[in-house]
Write a protein that binds this ligand. Structure first.
Ligand code: SF4
Ligand code: SF4
Length: 321
């Protein structure tokens, strides 16, 4: 044995961030004091990153890098990525089943060896807690460095989840860094975090892609376990600030109320209804577990009927997915 202590991967990342902060050329930095201040904050925050997709064409306009954070504040019955809902509680179930020995459990914390992982997803399939051990705690600077390396090929970044707005300060720092180099910044949100309490995040975000999963509070609660009122208040707040990139309704037969949702959104938007993008998304059972694992998708006729209703209600930018 070498006698050298090996650090837990999370600690290694934090140590690297700390060392980078010490080594950062603050005095020579040509930027403003604000930039130095931001570097200091950005290196001390971390968020659980589930995945970074370098180039996505479905997460906002143009080619974008999509960053997915782990952990959600609701639990949709139709969730297509249920393994992103919770943080790992260190039960150890997946560790024993990893065929590549990429997982180890120590003091109730699972460490993931990315270099040994063969991406078989066995750990995700066996996890009884809708979590994933394949998470990296990264600082805004660490994510920015990755995103920045793709800059010649992307228009911007979209941060999603889980629910990314559970990490408002981390997002604010990441978005500020992206804006410094001219990258666009979009939030993909379920609307269940009170965004009106995070004006500073909105200041550095180009817009929000907001899910409106149902309108009736009881229907919303049954579908998601969350509170429809927060979504409605966010909708009004974002409309007033001109920060809606697009609104999305997933049509789940027998589970939500798209007619009422379209009408309710239009009432809140008022004059802005004609200029607001609305995406009507067909429920698909791929990746869904639990009650809706075998549920049917809406028919083409049903989707066309809802599109017509949306246009008749005043939306001029309606897309079917
Ligand atoms: S995906 Fe999970 S189970 Fe498969 S090799 Fe990687 S860590 Fe192990
Ligand atoms: S990822 Fe899931 S199965 Fe693996 S240790 Fe964490 S909670 Fe347990």
């Amino acid at each position: 044995m070498s006698g050298r202590l090996s650090l837990h991967p999370r600690r290694t990342l934090r140590r690297q961030a700390f060392m980078r902060q010490l080594a950062s050329p603050r005095l020579e930095c040509p930027c403003s004091k604000n930039w130095v201040f931001n570097m200091s904050i950005a290196d001390s925050l971390t968020a659980p990153v589930n995945k970074i997709i370098p180039f996505s064409l479905v997460d906002g306009p143009g080619s974008r890098t999509s960053v997915f954070l782990q952990g959600c504040n609701i639990a949709c019955a139709y969730c297509h990525n249920p393994e992103t809902q919770n943080l790992c509680i260190g039960c150890g179930t997946c560790v024993e089943q990893c065929p590549a020995g990429a997982l180890t459990l120590s003091d109730g914390v699972v460490a993931w060896d990315k270099s040994a992982c063969v991406q078989c997803d066995t750990c995700i399939h066996v996890c009884p807690h809708k979590a994933s051990p394949k998470i990296e705690q990264l600082t805004p600077h660490e994510v920015f460095d990755i995103v920045h390396s793709y800059q010649p090929f992307i228009r911007g970044i979209t941060v999603s989840g889980g629910e990314c707005t559970l990490h408002p300060e981390w997002m604010r720092e990441l978005f500020a860094l992206c804006r410094e180099v001219g990258l666009g910044t979009l939030i993909d949100s379920n609307g269940c975090v009170p965004l009106w309490e995070h004006e500073d995040l909105l200041e550095v975000a180009d817009g929000v892609m907001l899910d409106v999963k149902a309108w009736n509070p009881a229907v919303f609660a049954r579908l998601t376990g969350g509170d429809a009122e927060t979504v409605k208040r966010n909708l009004a707040f974002l409309a007033e600030r001109d920060k809606i990139e697009e609104l999305r309704i997933v049509v789940v037969p027998g589970w939500n109320d798209p007619e009422q949702t379209i009408a309710g959104i239009a009432r809140v938007l008022g004059d802005k209804v004609a200029t607001t993008k609305l995406k009507l998304i067909r429920f698909r059972r791929f990746g869904v577990v639990g009650t809706l694992a075998d549920a049917a998708s809406p028919t083409d006729e049903r989707m066309a009927e809802l599109e017509k209703l949306a246009r008749d209600t005043g939306f001029s930018q309606v897309e079917l997915r």
